[in-house]
Design a protein around this ligand. Structure first.
Ligand SMILES: Cc1ncc(COP(=O)(O)O)c(C=O)c1O
Length: 399
């Protein structure tokens, strides 16, 4: 009996094209250019050790810079707030999702940062995208550092504002662009205080001066300085009156989750009324608020940990330089081990994993072509002996 199933050659040629062909093309391109990414499951053991595929690994890729994600005070507060307030906040902040714990935390954050007001957000990504989208319009000009985080770029793109990137940390270039700025509804300077992939810092005092001189709005992302740098660890944007908008995130040194912005009372009112990423989302859950509140209380007591972390990073940089590696402009707990080629960086990451060390390769498009690196992120819970183990493993690697 003849088959009723048509072979591909017999199929009518006017079939619509595969609607997901773009997915195949994008994935093939990622594979061909060493940019393929996949999810790797791990189980955390403590602040610096994880279990992966049954193997214990020393973790040099987490942003838990103070080891607070495993701190008993944060865990106890998360449990306590859950027991008292429930597992979820049940609504957005402007409906019935503002509990006393949200407001108390915002008041404490504003005081700790020496600013008029603070407003919680559900993540740093959400904060950056939606704050910038609400601040800018298509007649605004954004002057941003070439290396800013993707969340900031997404916010700028969403606003349809004109944007120009200044050379990384080159404030002379920024000043030239400020001088040339023509007729815009407003000019906003956007940068990070500690750069997430390079670990270098921006010159906040000069940025504040430039913004004031040119009547520009200054927007600082303090994600990687919060908890680690500044007065009582509250970041490099804290206590800087001229930093109009400063974003901090709680998923890194605070060991929890979420984000906040500090600003004036007036800007806070503006965001509460006009920022979609604040308005149209369920409020952070009580467990998270508890963990953040506990971390905030600990912050002033963690100066010895911060100093130790700084020494550890200095030590690591010195050791890597002795091996002949470049660490870019790193001046923080983030130490990039610059490799260049994406494939080579992946192979080094694989080698380190075989030596019991988790150190993730960072490749384009996260970083520029030819600047792939192992991003080493230190924690105050790392021991010097563990740094030596890392350095020895890197030193023994040969292609
Ligand atoms: C500079 C910077 N801003 C914002 C974010 C996003 O923060 P979150 O992880 O809370 O979404 C990150 C995290 O990757 C970051 O590195």
């Amino acid at each position: 009996m003849p088959s009723t199933v048509q072979s591909p050659s017999q199929l009518p040629s006017d079939l619509p094209p595969d609607k997901l062909a773009f997915v195949d093309r994008a994935l093939a391109e990622r594979q061909q250019t060493q940019r393929w990414r996949s999810l790797q499951s791990i189980t955390p053991l403590d602040a610096v050790r994880v279990l992966k595929n049954g193997q214990k690994l020393l973790n040099f890729s987490s942003n838990d810079y103070l080891g607070l994600s495993k701190h008993p005070a944060l865990i106890a507060a998360a449990q306590d707030y859950t027991a008292r307030y429930g597992a979820g906040s049940t609504a957005s902040r402007l409906v019935t999702g503002t509990y006393d714990i949200h407001q108390q935390l915002e008041e404490k954050l504003a005081i700790a940062c020496g600013r008029e007001a603070a407003l919680l957000f559900n993540s740093g990504f959400q904060a950056n995208v939606s704050l910038l989208a609400s601040l800018l319009d298509s007649r605004s000009l954004v002057l941003c550092d070439r290396l800013i985080h993707n969340s900031l770029i997404q916010g700028i793109l969403a606003s349809q504002a004109r944007f120009i990137r200044y050379a990384h940390n080159d404030l002379n270039h920024l000043e030239k662009l400020l001088h040339q700025a023509g007729d815009y509804s407003r000019v906003v300077i956007v940068t990070e205080t500690v750069f997430s992939m390079d670990g270098d810092r921006s010159d906040v005092a000069t940025l504040v001066n430039l913004a004031e001189k040119h009547n520009a709005i200054l927007y600082l992302d303090d994600a990687h300085a919060l908890g680690v740098l500044g007065q009582d660890g509250m970041g490099l944007a804290a206590h800087q009156e001229g930093a109009d908008i400063a974003v901090g995130t709680f998923g890194k040194a605070f060991g929890a989750f979420g984000a906040f912005v500090t600003c004036s009372h007036k800007l806070k009112d503006y965001f509460v009324n006009c920022c979609g990423g604040f308005i149209y989302t369920t409020a952070l859950p009580p467990a998270v608020i508890g963990a953040i509140a506990a971390a905030l209380e600990l912050m002033p007591t963690l100066e010895p940990e911060r100093q130790y972390l700084t020494q550890l990073a200095d030590y690591l940089r010195t050791q890597l330089h002795q091996l002949g590696y470049d660490t870019a402009g790193s001046d923080s707990q983030i130490v990039p081990l610059m490799v260049g080629d994406a494939g080579k960086t992946l192979r080094l990451g694989q080698w380190l994993e075989e030596q019991g060390i988790l150190a993730i390769a960072i490749r384009p498009p996260t970083v520029a072509e030819g600047t792939s690196r192992i991003r080493l992120a230190l924690s105050s819970q790392h021991q010097r002996e563990q740094i030596n183990r890392l350095v020895n493993a890197i030193g023994e690697w040969h292609e």
